[in-house]
Design a protein around this ligand. Structure first.
Ligand SMILES: C[S@@+](CC[C@H](N)C(=O)[O-])C[C@H]1O[C@@H](n2cnc3c(N)ncnc32)[C@H](O)[C@@H]1O
Length: 243
């Protein structure tokens, strides 16, 4: 399956999946978990039942949703990388037994054509995945349209993503860190320098929060809240599907 011939993404995640979590942890000084916790809390605030974790990867966001579950939840993780999903399944074993978890499923497929009926989900969350769907991606508009289609009217879309900080000095520190440290660290820990070089390269096209808001508005979402994390190196954006 090679949906994005102009993109090494699927191959990329197949190569690095085993060390993906470790690189995340080290690279973000362990902060990535706290950020996903915040994103999960935002996602659950409107009391959704059916939630899609889009670009689920190794499942950390879905697992966090399950941890915070109070009411009944039906969770679906969706990703086009079989090897990332295998890890997710392994990590989330036993979560189904938790009270509040009505169902938990991992589905393999491409975000450009999701196998879900219209208005399937009360909420969609996407953590560190939307850049994959937008950056130099010929399917970018289709990805946004698909997210909108599977989400119920008024349903929440919660996005956690790397961002371009507004502060000029911090932006430069951030860029240097991404350019110098990420390929080195990722290459060292995952054994795949080329893959992390690609990720580091794409970092210069990170969006600001305003740009992300613009993309969402254009795609038929209304932005409810945007929050910079780590001085804007990361952003948390909460939007809802407009009629
Ligand atoms: C950076 S990882 C994020 C994983 C996880 N959400 C997290 O917070 O760590 C991005 C994921 O997006 C998936 N992905 C990228 N493009 C995709 C597409 N078009 N359809 C489905 N999944 C995609 C990749 O396979 C990868 O697992």
């Amino acid at each position: 399956m090679d949906h994005h011939k102009d993109h090494p993404l699927q191959d990329f995640y197949r190569k690095i999946h085993a060390r993906y979590d470790l690189v995340n942890r080290v690279f973000t000084f362990g902060r990535d978990r706290a950020w996903r916790r915040k994103a999960a809390a935002e996602c659950l605030r409107a009391r959704p039942v059916r939630i899609l974790d889009l670009c689920s990867g190794t499942g950390d966001f879905l697992i966090e949703l399950a941890r915070q579950a109070e009411g009944p939840l039906e969770l679906t993780g969706f990703d086009f990388s079989a090897s990332m999903l295998d890890l997710a399944r392994g990590k989330s074993g036993g979560l189904e037994e938790r009270s509040g978890i009505r169902s938990l499923a991992f589905v393999e497929g491409d975000a450009a054509g999701m196998p879900f009926p219209n208005d399937s989900f009360d909420a969609v969350g996407i953590t560190f995945g939307i850049r994959n769907l937008l950056y130099e991606n010929s399917n970018a508009a289709q990805h946004m349209a698909e997210i909108r289609r599977v989400l119920k009217p008024g349903g929440r879309l919660v996005i956690l993503e790397s961002g371009r900080p507004g502060n000029v000095i911090w932006r430069q520190v951030n860029t240097l860190y991404l350019r110098l440290v990420l390929p080195f660290l990722g290459g060292l820990l995952s054994g795949n320098l080329a893959a992390y070089r690609y990720l580091s390269e794409s970092s210069k096209n990170y969006h600001t929060m305003d740009e992300m808001g613009g993309i969402l508005e254009k795609a038929g979402f209304g932005v409810l809240r945007s929050k910079p994390l780590f001085m804007g190196s990361v952003m948390l954006v909460v939007a809802e599907k407009r009629d």
